[in-house]
Design a protein around this ligand. Structure first.
Ligand code: PHE
Length: 455
């Protein structure tokens, strides 16, 4: 596609909301709480916040500037900015990561559809915590129900991707984000006021550093990359549709702030409720899906209609939040196939959707009938999550920091960050310092520490 043929996001708000739509999703509301639960609570959250600040925001600005400068898909972007070098492999790796994440992410996205159905038919009514655990496990282990839902979800994603960037992505994000935010606040208030919720609040706010080990650092870094959609070219691809007057540093800061607020709010919904009804905080990927129905039950047991309305709204919004993220994942791979292999957009999208249905089906089955087949002690679902969030995304981020900090001509970096000198960017030098030294060394140390060399 010629440079000026490429579509753009229509408005400033649209740019922020579309990027925030990519960032905010199951990563915040489903993955953040269970990683926090697995890693002991408040101390994990603190390390997570540091990761967002010193790795997340600078790397996000880098991805933005790479994408907008090149106006190409993520692999094409490195080709344009560093022709004939191996940098294009950073982009290609990102495309692969996008494909793998979309495979297992759509499994969980499909679960949200099942729960929309359950809310609508009021099937949470009268159930105890043990019932919720049993029915969730029964559903996830079912041979075809979760697979059917993930196919529905991927088809919806496919449809929006084929319709194109501005109409599909921007519109859905504009309506969904504010609604989701309001609902999360309501639910957090309900959860905090449940009897016995205090232990959950303490778990979120009182750090216990004695439990912090290499694994906690790796978990926090992985969560930051996953939640901010970083290190795999997603925001780079979106930035290729940004307007030339978009303020990149400010957009990155806004997106990271929105994303973090949503994650923290989700924590304040899940943990007070989990402690209130006696569900272990380290229940893993099922945490959200067994705690929340309990909140609706306990908080609104005597107002059943309100329980139905709120839970229906919650799962609908969760599904839309997941959808704005699956769209961004799909777009990375589709834009790559479309621009690099000259396939039509719809052909490229069809290939991606078909491939993801295949991967997603395998991941979904690996939680049910295929539970016994593990690789390195993990199900395929967990393996994909581990490889992408905890390995490939931070590795991608490492190279992106080196690319902008060391390789790319500083004139280009400055032009993009300051919009050709029209913006005053007081943190420019700090940013370059972080990209050159702090981010790459920080990521490397976390890996080395996890491998045990520092012990
Ligand atoms: N950030 C998304 C979420 O939190 C997931 C995602 C990862 C989306 C990578 C795009 C790219 O749910």
């Amino acid at each position: 596609m010629a440079k000026n043929d490429r579509v753009h996001f229509g408005s400033k708000l649209g740019v922020i909301l579309a990027s925030a739509g990519s960032a905010v999703g199951l990563g915040n509301i489903w993955r953040f709480p269970y990683e926090t639960g697995n890693h002991g609570g408040a101390a994990f959250i603190l390390i997570y916040l540091v990761c967002v600040l010193i790795l997340g925001i600078p790397i996000m600005i880098s991805e933005f500037l790479i994408g907008r400068r090149s106006r190409a898909n993520t692999a094409g972007a490195y080709q344009k900015l560093a022709p004939g070098t191996h940098w294009r492999w950073v982009g290609r790796m990102g495309v692969l990561v996008g494909f793998l994440i979309l495979g297992y992410y759509s499994v969980v996205a499909g679960w949200t559809l099942e729960f929309i159905g359950e809310s609508a038919t009021n099937s949470f009514a009268g159930k105890s915590a043990a019932d919720f655990i049993a029915s969730f496990n029964g559903f996830v282990g079912h041979p075809w129900r979760p697979v059917a839902w993930l196919i529905v979800f991927l088809m919806a994603t496919h449809f929006i991707i084929v319709k194109g960037v501005e109409k599909g992505i921007e519109k859905s994000a504009k309506i969904m984000m504010p609604l989701l935010f309001i609902l999360l606040i309501i639910l957090a208030v309900c959860s905090i006021s449940l009897p016995g919720a205090n232990a959950g609040i303490e778990f979120l706010l009182k750090p216990d550093f004695s439990k912090v080990d290499g694994n906690v650092f790796l978990g926090a870094m992985g969560q930051a990359f996953f939640s901010l959609s970083l290190g795999m070219g997603c925001l780079c691809t979106y930035a290729s549709y940004f307007r030339s007057d978009t303020n990149l540093p400010r957009t990155a800061f806004n997106v990271a702030t929105i994303d973090t607020l949503v994650a923290i709010l989700a924590g304040f919904i899940i943990f007070p409720a989990a402690f209130a009804v006696g569900i272990q905080p380290d229940a893993g990927p099922s945490l959200l899906f067994i705690t929340l129905p309990n909140v609706f039950q306990q908080a609104f047991g005597n107002l059943p209609w309100l329980a139905v309305v709120l839970s229906l709204m919650f799962y609908l919004l969760l599904a839309v939040a997941a959808l704005t993220s699956t769209i961004s994942l799909h777009e990375v791979v589709t834009a790559y196939l479309h621009e690099e292999f000259k396939l039509s957009r719809s052909k490229a999208a069809t290939l991606v959707t078909a491939g993801c249905i295949f991967l997603g089906t395998l991941c979904s089955l690996s939680l049910g009938i295929g539970k016994e087949c593990t690789i390195f002690g993990m199900t395929l679902f967990d393996l994909f999550d581990f490889i992408t969030a905890k390995l490939m995304m931070p590795i991608g981020g490492f190279f992106i920091a080196i690319f902008t900090g060391w390789y790319l001509d500083k004139k280009i970096v400055w032009e993009e960050i300051s919009n050709n000198g029209t913006l005053k960017v007081s943190v420019y030098r700090l940013l370059i310092f972080i990209l050159r030294y702090i981010a790459p060394i920080g990521i490397a140390l976390i890996f080395i520490n996890e491998l045990g060399f520092l012990k």
